[in-house]
Design a protein around this ligand. Structure first.
Ligand code: ATP
Ligand code: MG
Length: 312
């Protein structure tokens, strides 16, 4: 009886609040939806262009934490705001290529041929059908052998960097480059860390989230000490947040306590739309532009762009 009363009470309070807000500001849930849709249909080109190209490696050796989802959706969000973005798919699974609708069947020019020095970056890059500003260098299954082939190569940790000399980006001239890593700390991930200046670590808001993170940070430190002194963990993004669980809040608080301002304020919610999108060869921004997942990636991209990097 009390429970029922409480629910009814809560619902009345909510109704009153909505009415009050509507009376004061003209706000309604429908108005909010409409405002969102308008924003998506007519995005303002109001995100700052970085003074220098930003190259970010999206890494976490833990599988399924949202590396690919974050790489492609942040890329799509920045591209929607008029910035030029390149996603380098460095995972033989080819998930980033799939989400960007880019052909990655064996035989198409891919990051594998770029790593071997057989094809230039711009020749391997394909434009995504989702935005003329969004490019992807796909990964084919051929990349699966690269981890082993690289072992015997000279300067095996710096092959990607060597394949991207100054000028390699000139033709495409992207403002942002995201390198999507596989779920391991093997040579492909190390190559990505040597070729980038920033590391973006997606952390899933769940129980084992922090497990393995110290190992990731130790590896980043090794790369900093021996291979790429310019590398910095610039961004941590909390993903798959489920507001119904206390655990998600505990993980969020813990991560913020440890990493402070490196953690974006925007948190990506767990959302069915986000998980459905790749099945249609799309980012969530293309699949359901007005969805919560889409809006949160737009917010995260805005935060990244506005806070800049290094001495900007
Ligand atoms: P891997 O380590 O295999 O490369 P990953 O770290 O790249 O994985 P994703 O592929 O981005 O992780 O995500 C793992 C799964 O979770 C995918 O099926 C994806 O669609 C789903 N997913 C990612 N983010 C969300 C979200 N915010 N809400 C719901 N599902 C999500
Ligand atoms: Mg992935």
């Amino acid at each position: 009886m009390t429970g029922r009363h409480d629910v009814q009470g809560a619902s009345e309070t909510m109704h009153d609040n909505v009415e009050a807000a509507t009376a004061v500001s003209g706000w309604t849930p429908i108005a909010e939806e409409a405002e969102r849709a308008t924003r998506m249909l007519h995005p303002k080109h109001d995100l700052p262009k970085p003074p220098q190209r930003r190259v970010l490696t999206v890494a976490n050796q833990k599988g399924g934490v949202g590396k690919t989802t974050s790489a492609v959706n942040l890329a799509a969000a920045l591209a929607m705001h008029g910035l030029k973005v390149l996603v380098i798919d460095l995972d033989p699974q080819g998930n980033a290529s799939t989400a960007l609708g880019v052909d990655h069947r064996s035989g198409v020019p891919s990051i594998y041929e770029v790593l071997l020095g057989e094809v230039s970056l711009s020749d391997a890059a394909a434009v995504s059908d989702q935005s003329p500003n969004l490019y992807c260098v796909p990964a084919t299954i051929d990349l699966a052998g690269a981890e082993i082939e690289l072992v015997g190569m000279e300067a095996r940790e710096s092959r990607l960097k060597a394949a991207l000399p100054t000028g390699a980006f000139d033709e495409l001239n992207p403002d942002y480059v995201f390198i999507d890593c596989p779920p391991s700390l093997g040579l492909l991930t190390v190559n990505a860390m040597v070729a980038a200046e920033e590391v973006l670590i997606p952390i899933q808001c769940e129980y084992y989230a922090l497990e393995g993170l110290s190992q990731l940070l130790r590896n980043i430190e090794l790369v900093q000490n021996h291979l790429n002194p310019n590398l910095l963990v610039s961004t941590i993004l909390l993903t798959m947040y489920d507001g119904r669980t206390k655990l998600a809040d505990q993980v969020t608080a813990e991560v913020r306590k440890h990493f402070g301002d490196t953690v974006l304020r925007t948190v990506i919610p767990r959302s069915v739309k986000v998980s459905e999108a790749p099945g249609f060869g799309q980012t969530v921004l293309a699949y359901d532009p007005g969805s919560r997942g889409s809006m949160s990636y737009l917010d995260a991209a805005r935060e990244m762009a506005e806070r800049g990097f290094g001495g900007e």
